[in-house]
Design a binder for this molecule. Sequence first.
Ligand SMILES: Nc1ncnc2c1ncn2[C@@H]1O[C@H](COP(=O)(O)OP(=O)(O)OP(=O)(O)O)[C@@H](O)[C@H]1O
Ligand SMILES: [Mg+2]
Length: 355
Amino acid sequence: MKNGDQTILEMRNVSVNFPVKGGLPFIKKGVIQAVSDVSLTIKRGETFGIVGESGCGKTTLANAMIGMVKPTSGEVYFNGENLYQLRRDAFKKIRRDMQMIFQDPFSSLNPRFNVYQIISEPMFIRGQDDEETMVQRVIELLELVGLSKDDLTRYPSDFSGGQRQRLGIARSIILNPDFLVCDEPVSALDVSVHAQILNLLTKIQKQMKLSYVFISHNLAVVKNVCDSMIVMYLGKVMESGNSETVFKNPLHPYTHALLEAVLDTSIKEDREQVILKGDIPSPINPPKGCRFWQRCPRAMEGCKTIPPENIEVESDHFVACHDVNGFPEGNFEEGYKKPLKSFDDDLSEHGKAHQ
Ligand SMILES: Nc1ncnc2c1ncn2[C@@H]1O[C@H](COP(=O)(O)OP(=O)(O)OP(=O)(O)O)[C@@H](O)[C@H]1O
Ligand SMILES: [Mg+2]
């Protein structure tokens, strides 16, 4: 442990915008609001889940956590240090404590490097160790991840997807990090190896006392592995807190919809049936009010324009939804509590507005 503090990472009001590139004169340039005003705290040793549909900003948020994408606004504190205000040397040092396992073990390993070169590369770049120490360390890690020293001189193409992910895991932990982001670590793999890789990650976490950020679009996996979680939609946190509490009492209509999408009936129970209509809207022009209103079965007039606050509804359980929390005090246009009768009508109106 670096310090006695329980918190390993904190984000305060982090937003990440990307400029829209492209030179077509008749298309207005804008910004992609990939992550909008996200605050969260990750405790040392826990597994923190980020869940949401493709394109909702999970990877961008994780990249902002580990110094890979500078937030447009807001702060990230790692072990109490303001990450993006550190001097270059201190930043490089702290970056070694934060590593990432990638979604696709096929493209994330250099096909021209052998296993030894792939796994030892972070150590090689750091430049503090002799060859013998590096070979010993790589063998130790190969055994930890269920491979052997006979694999040292083989190439990524000789391995199956699950084995390649094991190589990626060995590489990510070679510098003894404190904090590991697992970005959809099993989604590119055959279902038959999911449990093995998840078990391996759990074993490594216990052995090395790591804190994990676990990204997934599958709530069933998050339920099994995460202590805390956030549910993201279009760059915003919709619901968050202790995972057990959130799964016992999911409140946001979007969380309900994600639960519906999970095949595992054991966590579906008797939740209200919610079918998501339409695609996730563009993060270039996200809705002004609640970002989910266009697809929400419980949306009201006011949801279109009044942004919901993230409110603690019970201990360590936060929800950003007007239907759950009620609207805040304010002078809103008459009829703001009126339910939106037909989504399809509203969707087509919204679509027209953007044409
Ligand atoms: N470097 C970039 N430049 C421009 N836009 C980007 C960049 N990285 C991400 N985006 C955009 O930001 C939004 C969020 O992307 P992100 O990759 O974080 O989503 P995600 O939740 O990880 O999706 P997936 O589940 O598909 O991995 C998307 O609209 C994406 O197109
Ligand atoms: Mg991603």
